[in-house]
Each structure stands twice: as C-alpha cells, then as structure tokens.
Design a protein around this ligand. Structure first.
Ligand code: LLP
Length: 425
C-alpha cells in the first residue's frame, strides 16, 4: 500500500497504522494495546517548530501526555526538550537522553528530593508556583552551594473555555501559579534570596484550548509582569507560554490553527528580547495514538445494546474521568450500524468508552480502534481490578516494535511482601 499522511489510513477496508495493518499488530502483541505512528509525532513536532521558526524558541514536550521512552527518544533526536512535573519524569527524561538544559520543571508540589535531583541535573528552569516553594528552592540550592535557575509561573487569571472543568488551570482561584498581583512581591523576595536567579516568567492556561482568546488576553498580562520584574533588576531571558493546543477528538472538530497561535505569540513577544518556551503535550502525540481493543461480547439488556471490550477504564480513563469523547472505529470494515454503549470489563458503571454511540455492527472477536489516545492514554493507565497495563507499540512505515511490554501478573505483585518484616514503633 502507499504510505499516506494519515496516521491511521483505511485501505481496502482495513485500518492501518502508517503501513502496518492494526490487525497484524493485535495478533502479534495481543489486546488491548496502544499503537503510535512515529511519523505523525515527527510531523506534529515539525509543524509547531516551523510555526515558530522566525523567533528564538524551544519546544519542551509535556511528557505527562506520553512518557514512553521510545517516543521521548524520537523527540529528543528531533531537538525537543521536555517539560517535567516529577522526579519520575526527570528520571525518564534522563534515560531518554535529555540533558539538563533540555528540561523545565513544572508542578505545584515539588518535594525537596525532587528539587535536589533537578539541581543536580542542572535543569534549565524550575517553575516556581508559590512563595513557600521559592523559599524551599533557595534553601535546597544554598545547601548544595549552587544558584537555582527559576521562572515564576504566573496565573494570569483569564477565563478559559475547556471541554472539562478539570483541565482548566489559568483561571482565578485555581491552585496553579502565582496570582499576577502577587508576582511583584514574590519577585522582590527572589531578588533578596541568594540562591535563586529569576530568569523567566511563564504561564499555562489549560488544556484543549480551541480558540486564541485566552492567549490574547493573557499575554499582555504576562508581559506587564515582565516589565515589573525587570524594573526590579531581574534579567528575564525566558517566556514560557505553556501548552494547551487543542486537537480534534470528534469528527468535524477543528485542529488548532498553529500558525494563528504562533503569529499571535510572536507578534506580542518579538520585541521583548526573550526566548520563547512552549510546553505542548497533546498536540504532539494525541492523534498519533490509537488504543486497539477486541470485542469480547455483545449484550442486550433492559432494551439497550452493549459492546463489551477487553479494554477498560484502567487502560484509558479519559471517558470516565472527563466524559471525554473518543472516536471508535472497527479495524475491519463491517456492514450495518448499531446504537450501543461501548463498555469495559471493570466493575464500575463509569467504565465506558461511549454511550448511545452509532457504531459499525461489530461482533465478538472483532477489533476496535479507540482513536486519538496518544496523549493521556497510557500515562493515566492503572492496575485497577488487578489488570496488567497494556502493551505499547511504535510503528514507522511498514515496521513495528513493541516499546512497552504488556505487564504480567507477576508485575502486579512485584512490590508486595508476603512475609512481613514488622518494625517496632
Ligand atoms: N504545561 C503544563 C504546566 C501543564 O500542566 C500541562 C498539562 C501542559 C503543559 C500540557 O498541556 P497540553 O498541551 O497537553 O494540553 N489529563 C488531561 C489533561 C491534563 C493536562 C494537564 N496539564 C486530559 O486527558 O485531557
């Protein structure tokens, strides 16, 4: 078959990942499994890279969206950095070959141990989210005899439209960032502390933001803060505009216009003498991934039809947690249509992938592709109901590789102790 620019093209009635039929992978690796298109990830990264080509910038992939080492390596080879939010992500980033300079450390609750690790690895910036954290970073850096490079994460307090409450972050009253009215005072404190150097300001407005309005509103507020803190004598080199670019999940939804997004940010910031930092997660990986699951049963109960799959909310939690919509397609073309709930095997009524969805008339044994699951899919998977987490597979052209083995039952109890070693109080 000819290689299409679609990550998951349908040819001759079957769904492919690039040049590999999904059924070939499912038969070889089992289901459920996540399948990623390497060339799509590269294309999304390049798309964003090109949009910002005219100005100094660096893309720091938000690895919470997908932290598979294979995908991190692929992005690292393309010149990306990462945005991390934990010591575990720092460890993964290091394993994937990222150097300290490629790393910005975000997150509202960094531990002393994590701050130590970040300083030891000489990360580019630690994004400070509170006064107390600033003081802690100064103390930790002081104890190590170093100066911590920091940025303040500003909460610009703009109104943000996102599909779900839980993925807003840049509004008033959120736990994230330092309210813009408090930044001047906290920057003055940073100036007085000997072991921090304030080099940047940042924000992250939320995730799955489909229009430019919040960014248009927030940028001048962030730049006002740049003026304030420069007046205090801080040398602000970096401006971190966060992530949040939307991708379409349902048919007909638009892909965020990257050129508009870039043009808006570039126009607002180009005369400010800053390097832009971007923290996209979803945009780079979401549509490059599909979760493949096998239909276990059809079921008719209380006037409803159900398709029971071998994947559940432990494998992909987004529908249960955010009522998120994911397209579901049969891997092999199937005649007829049915209106069904697509549900998993887990003992929770929240364990569904779709409700009252018109779907191809699939039967036990058929494969389904749950689309746009490359972001916040595997990284949010759990072992609930003692289910081993699925395998992850990377496809490139006509070849594929297992990049994460399916967990085994032994893995489920690996950290548990049958013979207890009691300790005295
Ligand atoms: N930077 C920071 C500081 C963030 O908190 C996030 C996402 C990002 C960047 C990347 O945002 P993105 O470009 O991926 O929208 N689990 C939810 C999404 C939570 C996003 C949390 N923060 C979901 O499945 O929709």
């Amino acid at each position: 078959m000819s290689l299409s620019s679609e990550p998951f093209p349908r040819e001759g009635g079957v769904l492919y990942a690039e040049g590999v039929p999904l059924s070939v992978i499912a038969d070889a690796v089992g289901t459920p499994c996540y399948i990623y298109s390497a060339n799509t990830i590269r294309a999304r990264y390049q798309r964003l890279e090109q949009a910002f080509a005219g100005v100094p910038h660096h893309i720091h992939f938000a690895m919470k969206a997908n932290s598979s080492l294979s995908i991190l390596r692929l992005l690292q080879e393309m010149g990306a950095g990462v945005d991390i939010v934990s010591g575990g992500e720092l460890f993964r980033a290091h394993e994937a070959g990222f150097g300290g300079n490629d790393i910005v450390f975000s997150g509202v609750g960094k531990t002393v141990r994590e701050i130590e690790q970040a300083l030891d690895q000489r990360v580019l910036l630690i994004n400070v989210e509170s006064e107390a954290e600033l003081v802690t970073i100064d103390a930790v850096a002081g104890a190590r005899g170093v100066v911590a490079p920091i940025a303040i994460r500003v909460n610009p307090e703009v109104t943000v439209e996102t599909p779900h409450e839980y993925i807003k972050t840049g509004e008033k009253g959120q736990k994230f960032g330092i309210p813009r009215d408090d930044v001047e005072r906290i920057a003055a404190l940073a100036m007085a502390l000997p072991h921090v150097a304030l080099k940047g300001l940042g924000m992250h407005l939320g995730s799955q933001i489909a229009n430019a309005e919040p960014m248009r509103e927030a940028l001048p507020r962030l730049l006002d803060v740049v003026t304030q803190v420069r007046a205090q004598g801080h040398v602000i080199e970096y401006l971190d505009v966060g992530g949040g670019l939307a991708v379409p999940y349902a048919p007909g939804e638009p892909l965020a216009d990257v050129d508009d997004y870039a043009a808006l940010i570039i126009a607002a910031t180009r005369d400010w003498g800053v390097q832009l930092l971007l923290e996209p997660g979803r945009f780079i990986v979401a549509d490059a991934g599909t979760l493949v699951t096998r239909v276990l049963y059809r079921k008719h109960a209380a006037g409803k039809d159900f398709v029971v799959t071998d994947a559940g909310m432990n494998d992909l939690v987004r529908p249960a947690l955010y009522q998120a919509y994911h397209d579901i397609e049969p891997v092999r073309d199937t005649d007829g249509a049915i209106t069904v709930d697509v549900v998993g095997p887990i003992c929770e009524s929240g364990d569904f992938y779709a409700k009252d969805r018109v779907l191809a008339d699939v039967h036990a044994g058929d494969l389904l592709a749950v689309r746009t699951t490359g972001a916040y899919g595997y990284t949010m998977a759990s072992n609930y109901n003692s289910r081993p987490r699925p395998a992850e597979v990377l496809v490139e052209g006509t070849r594929f590789a297992v990049v994460t083995e399916r967990e085994r039952y032994e893995d489920l109890v690996r950290l548990e102790r049958a013979h207890l070693q009691w300790r005295s109080a």
